[in-house]
Ligand binder design. Structure first.
Ligand code: S3P
Length: 177
């Protein structure tokens, strides 16, 4: 039998544009928790922006920074964590998050995600000749990883405020068990 989990923290995973940062900030305010974004931790550690890290050091180095950031999260309590979209690609990252956090995946269709990310240019992985196709390919490859979250929350047709409300509800339910 596995040991009971303890949920000091709440972690949001999901694809770029799923609303993790916005939902995370609202949920943190409702729970009176701190809010932290793994990309901010990485930028702080590296002393460079995410696009710069990808450009000058490459994705493997970025993923290493990401892994280190995940390790440091173990020290936190009462924190809502917004995880970079590709963080779940390393199963060890998800395992580590689950040691201290309820992991909720925000899910949306490719069409919805595309509407949210199409006018943004700070995401290196979408700087491709056909960014929509690139997004669909990445999403398809990542879907099995996202499904390993504790809770899969469909965000379609819901405002980010409603999604945040659902996330907080799921967190309270998990803590009661
Ligand atoms: C990435 C998502 C980004 C950021 C980096 C890589 C990914 O975070 O970590 O550009 O692999 O999906 P957001 O999901 O917060 O945009």
């Amino acid at each position: 039998m596995s040991a009971a989990r303890s949920f000091q923290n709440l972690a949001l995973v999901g694809f770029m544009g799923a609303g993790k940062s916005t939902v995370g900030r609202i949920a943190a305010a409702q729970l009176r928790f701190d809010f932290i974004d793994t990309d901010d931790l990485i930028e702080e550690q590296a002393g460079r922006s995410i696009p710069e890290i990808f450009q000058t050091l490459g994705e493997p180095r970025f993923r290493e920074y990401e892994r280190q950031a995940v390790e440091r999260l173990k020290e936190r309590g009462q924190t809502v964590i917004s995880a970079g979209g590709g963080l779940v690609l390393n199963p060890a990252n998800l395992e580590s998050l689950k040691e201290h956090a309820l992991v909720v995946c925000l899910w949306a269709t490719p069409e919805t995600l595309w509407q949210r990310v199409r006018h943004q240019n700070h995401r290196p992985l979408l700087q491709a000749p056909d960014p929509y196709q690139r997004m669909c390919d990445l999403l398809a490859a990542r879907e099995p990883h996202y499904r390993n979250a504790d809770v899969l929350l469909n965000t379609e047709g819901r405002s980010l405020k409603e999604v945040a409300h659902q996330v907080v509800h799921q967190f309270h339910l998990a803590r009661k068990q």
